[in-house]
Every structure is written in C-alpha cells, then in structure tokens.
Design a binder for this molecule. Structure first.
Ligand code: GLY
Length: 322
C-alpha cells in the first residue's frame, strides 16, 4: 500500500518494511517520538503496536518476526512514524467512474478509557465527527482518495466497491494511515444505519458503474459501543453465556433506535454465547450524538456476560457543549 501511496503522491507517515529484526530495529533509531509496528499481513487489528518505548517496539518486532504472534501474517513488519492529530475514517464508494464519500466516522482503537491499553480492532465508533466537516472531507478526497484511485487506474486496476481511508488530520493536513478494501468495523455499524438511500440500489449502482451522485445520510447521529470478551485482544476467553438478548439476538427489553450487531457470538439451544474477541456492537441512533450515546450505553447496561470488557467514553468527546 505504501508504495502505491508514494507513487500517487499521497501524504502518509515515513515507513520501512522489514523481514529481519536487525534492520528493523536500526530503522527505529531514525524515527523520532512515537512509532507504529504493524504486521504486513492481516491480523484483525491486533497486529498494531503504537508506542513511545523503543525497548517495547524492539521486543514486538522480534516477537512478530519470529512467527509466534501471527504466523505468516506477522513474518514481515511495517514500521512507521507515529502521527499526531485526530483520526477519521472515511468510506468512499467507487463505481469505476466516480467516487463519492460516505458520512465520516471515528473509531476508538484502544481497549481502555482515555485511549489507554493495547490496540484492538475497535471498541466503538461515532458518526458524524464534529471536526470533520464537508470541506475537510473534500480535502481528504482531493489529496488522498482521488490520487490513489488514479494510481490504481494507471496500474490497470478497475477498483469498484468500498475504499476505506483511515486518515490522521495533522497540523499539515490529512495524512493516510491505512486504506482497506472493505467497510471498517465498527465504523460500518454507525455509517450504514445513517444511510438514507436503499443500500441494495446503492451497491448495485456501485458494482455496475451507474452511481448517480453522493449517497444520502440521515441527520441523526449514531454511536456504537463494542462489548468485548475477557482477555481480548490478546487471548479472548470463549464460551461465556450472554444475558439480555432475546430469541432473535436483539435486546430482550426493546429500546427504540437501538440495533445489536453480532460479531463473535454463537447460538445454542439456550440463547447466545461468546464465540470471538469482539462479541457485540450495540448501536443507537439519536437526534444528537449525546442522545445516541446515552441510548447506546443504556442498551449496553442491559447486556452482560462473564468478563465483559467495554469502554465508557465512546463518543464522549463528540458531544456538542450544552
Ligand atoms: N476499525 C478499523 C478497521 O476496520 O480497519
């Protein structure tokens, strides 16, 4: 990905790719401040270490390259300079002819309140994002997304579908952290519920190159809170019985505007049990972020299982001052 971005002239953090620990650790010394150590393969968000501690970064590099942590997905690491700023996730619909942004979202990647603890695949998300207005979305499109799509076309790739841009809004403007060729999780759980168009029609248009303008979104806000298993992200404990869900997997005690998305659950004759690290994503819609957030947490309080982990500050920084 980094090579495509460089060819497209898209701003992104300084980086190196290594499959031997010695060169990787030498590169660490060239980077000031925070560093990011990622696996080059897919590791469900768990392969990313963000740290200021050189010894921790060096130990993580050795661990990943040994193959013990993520098998083949971890045998090559990408080391990046950590960027400071606010993160934003932007899904873009691409139909081969045009590209249209969806509503911006923000996810909360750290396990614990206050952005502490290890990186995860995402502990919650909110949409809209107060600091990401239409002008900023336009800048991300112009500086990051459209040049990347042009570079893909130059390489003979007719990309159609969802392009997910993870962007850091720095003092110098947006810088790309990652592109994914899929919806984000848990960002999808706040963006799709706000979609005002029929998703089937929209995705048919995307696939067939007939998109006729930007997708429309409800003015409602959406907040999702992830319920994670004990031990997540390192070693999730599976099998705990989930209480508070009805027969169809939604809240036993219905709340308006609340959806429960299942990520790591298994159904048995008595209901649902934990079957993955990120177990449920509880989304609520509301006329403001504050109301959506209060509904989401009210819904979360009715669900329980042994060892449940949840952040209490999802979207707390996104509420308009009273
Ligand atoms: N939430 C980050 C991702 O889906 O990659």
């Amino acid at each position: 990905m980094k090579e495509v971005l460089a060819a497209a002239g898209v701003p992104s953090a300084r980086f190196g790719v290594f499959d031997d620990a010695h060169s990787a650790i030498r590169f660490l010394d060239e980077l000031p401040g925070t560093v990011v150590v990622k696996t080059d393969g897919l590791a469900a968000g768990k392969g990313v270490l963000v740290t200021d501690d050189r010894d921790e970064a060096a130990a993580d590099i050795r661990h990943k390259l040994s193959g013990e942590a993520f098998g083949d997905a971890g045998r090559r690491v990408v080391i990046e300079e950590g960027l400071a700023g606010e993160e934003c996730s932007l899904h873009v619909l691409v139909d081969g002819v045009s590209a249209e942004p969806m509503a911006p979202a923000r996810d909360y990647k750290r396990l614990l309140d206050g952005d502490a603890g290890p990186n995860t695949g995402g502990m919650g998300a909110v949409s809209p994002v107060a600091s990401v207005d239409d002008a900023l979305v336009g800048t991300v499109m112009d500086r990051a997304v459209l040049p990347t799509l042009a570079e893909l076309r130059r390489r003979g790739i007719d990309y159609r579908g969802v392009l997910y841009a993870g962007v850091m809004i720095t003092g110098e403007g947006p810088s790309v952290l990652e592109f994914n060729v899929r919806l984000g999780d848990p960002e999808a759980e706040v963006v799709l519920p706000r979609l005002a168009d029929d998703p089937f029609d929209l995705f048919v248009a995307v696939a067939s190159g007939t998109m006729s303008g930007p997708p429309r979104f409800s003015p409602d806000a959406a907040v999702t809170v992830v319920l994670a298993a004990q031990g997540y992200p390192r070693s999730p404990a599976l099998g705990a019985r989930i209480r508070g869900l009805g027969l169809h997997g939604q809240l036993e005690d219905h709340l308006d505007g609340v959806f429960v998305f299942h990520a790591g659950t298994r159904r048995d004759e008595d209901g649902f049990v934990v079957a993955g690290g990120r177990v449920l994503s509880v989304t609520a819609l509301g006329p403001t972020v504050g109301i959506a957030r209060a509904r989401a947490y009210e819904a979360v309080s009715t669900i329980s299982f042994d060892g449940l982990q949840v952040r209490h500050d999802i979207a707390a920084g996104e509420m308009a001052p009273a």
